[in-house]
Each structure stands twice: as C-alpha cells, then as structure tokens.
Design a protein around this ligand. Structure first.
Ligand code: ASP
Length: 322
C-alpha cells in the first residue's frame, strides 16, 4: 500500500524542495528526490555554502563535500574535497552506484567527475572571493601571504574574537517515497577558511548523514567536527531504533555533544525523519528553522527547530585568546 511521500530539508533547501516533491508525486524514488532537491542548491550562486559560489578554504580553493544514502540496503556514496565540479551530490551517487567504494576524495573525486562527463567550472565567484579576502585582510593577510604557520591561521581565522563567527551552511534533504523508502543527502562547500583537504561531517556516513528504512534518517549542518566526533546522524537513527520518539532522539543526540571539549565556535543542527513520516529538527542556536513538504502540499512549510543548547561556543559567543 502506498504511504505518504514527504521531503524534509534545511531551510536553504527551499530552492529545491519543490523539485524533490515532484519526483515523489510522479512515483519516483526517495533517492531521485534527494538528488533533485539538492542540485538546485548546488547551482544557486546566492548560496555561498554549497556548490557554485561556496566559500573557499584558507588558501582560496573551493573544496566540496557531499554524501547520499539509500535507506534500503544501506547503500552510500560520498565525495570529499572535490574541486572544479559543482555536482557533488550526483557524483556521490556515482560513487555509490558505479564503484566498489563509499568515499572518494581530492584528485580522485575530480578525476571521477571528469570521467563521467561532468562540466568543469570555476566554483569561486567574485562575491565569494571577496568575502574570503576581506576576512583575511582584517588580520593583515593579503594575497595568501600566510608565512609558514598555516595551522595557526586555520585556528585564528575560525576563532577570531574581533570578527563575527564565519558564515556556515550545508544543505540537508531527506525524502520518503510512496513505497516507504528513505534516502538522505548532504552537500556543502564545508567550513569556510578550513585547512586545505579538511573533510567535514557531510561526506562521512554516520556523522553528517544516515538513512535506514527500518528506523529513520538524519542529517546535520554546522560545525562538522562535533557531528564527526559524536557520530550524530547515526546516533539519532540508533536512538529511534531503541524506541525513542523523534524529539527525544534529537534531544539526546544534541545533548551528547555537551561532552565534547571543543573550543572552536560553531552551532550544530540536525534534521530528521522517521520511518512513519514524522519529522523534526534541532539546533544549538535559537530560532533556527527547517522546511517540510508532503505530497499533498502545494508549497513547503517553514518550522522552528527545537533549541537544544550545546555549549556557549555554539552560539558564537566564545572568546578567543589565540
Ligand atoms: N557541516 C559543514 C562542515 O563542517 C559546514 C556547515 O554546515 O556549516 O563542513
């Protein structure tokens, strides 16, 4: 018997959620819906946290991370530190379907994109380039002249007490199709001004993304190192498995992160969908939202996330002595 189709996403997924639900309405798979929902975000030049126009790493290179997971059979594919190609979610699916692997990073990911005929492009737009330069200029760094201590700059640029917390973002899309299959996808340009080659939670299955038809799916945005160290997306699904409701599962996963010793600033956010189509989301910051659209709704609805404080740093209030 057909079940209700539904798509849940981070709020920046608004440009793609309609495409995703149309896939479901047409009888398509949750997996196809996730890709259809994320691609418009990767192509959106106004979103500087995903795909084209994503903010670059410390040395000015845009490096994309993404993953996709099929809740039926727990198949997964991911790419990390992908340069020069925008289609990180589609490439993650190629990894899942065409390779005997789950994660391809760096030069290998770029090679794979070329091999399957994706379009090579400059991901850095003048606006994102300017934003990258301005933050460094505030610390006296011009034209990438960091000197030998790049590690120190990676710490200082992230925690600079004189500057607002670095902008961040990632797109999460979770879908349930009319056959009851779940799929989840995540795509991002990652932590802006990150150390070159840094991978976040987004391409790490279990950290920033997890889907299991038997229990539910979850995906994260925000400071990826927190989700990586607590296996947050997998934790939410495991808590569902052991009988918690969605609100309790989200709350427990957020509270787990209070054990982290993490002096770096950055909020953390989760969206989740259980196997029965219940949705929910949580954030360490106040007033954050997520979006949802089911197959009977003509447009999406924006809802406020549960606010679960993790530490003072997650609100961007930490003082940095570095
Ligand atoms: N989670 C992403 C990362 O850590 C970034 C973000 O969502 O802000 O790479």
């Amino acid at each position: 018997m057909a079940v209700k189709g539904i798509v849940v996403a981070s709020t920046n997924g608004a440009v793609g959620i309609q495409a995703a639900i149309e896939v479901i309405r047409a009888g398509g798979s949750a997996l196809d819906a996730v890709v259809a929902g994320i691609e418009p975000v990767e192509a959106n030049p106004d979103d500087n946290s995903v795909g084209l126009a994503g903010l670059p790493n410390l040395v000015g290179d845009v490096e994309l991370d993404a993953s996709i997971m099929d809740g039926r059979g727990l198949r997964a594919g991911a790419v990390g530190a992908l340069r020069h190609y925008r289609d990180a979610i589609a490439l993650s699916r190629v990894v899942m379907e065409d390779l005997p692997h789950s994660l391809i990073a760096g030069a290998g990911a770029e090679r794979l994109a070329r091999e399957v005929g994706m379009t090579e492009m400059n991901l850095l737009t003048p606006a994102s380039d300017d934003q990258w330069r301005q933050r460094l200029l505030r610390r006296g760094i011009r034209d990438g002249a960091f000197g030998p201590d790049l590690r120190g700059w990676a710490r200082r640029v992230t925690r600079d007490p004189e500057l607002p917390p670095p902008p961040h973002g990632t797109v999460n899309v979770i879908a349930r199709d009319r056959d009851g299959n779940l799929a989840s996808g995540v795509s991002t340009s990652g932590w802006a001004w990150k150390y070159p080659g840094r991978l976040g939670d987004s391409p790490i299955i279990g950290a920033g993304n997890y889907a299991d038809n038997r229990w539910g799916a979850a995906a994260c945005t925000g400071r990826g190192e927190k989700a990586m160290r607590c296996c947050t997306a997998h934790s939410v699904v495991t808590f569902l498995r052991f009988g918690m409701g969605l609100t309790e599962a989200l709350t427990t996963a957020m509270e787990d992160m209070r054990a982290l010793d993490d002096p770096y600033r950055g909020q953390i956010n989760i969206v989740a969908l259980d196997r029965d189509g219940h949705h929910g989301a949580a954030s360490s910051a106040v007033g954050k939202t997520y979006i949802v659209q089911d197959d009977e709704m003509s447009s999406h609805e924006e809802l406020v996330r549960l606010h679960i404080p993790v530490t003072a740093e997650t609100d961007g209030r930490s003082a940095d002595k570095a």
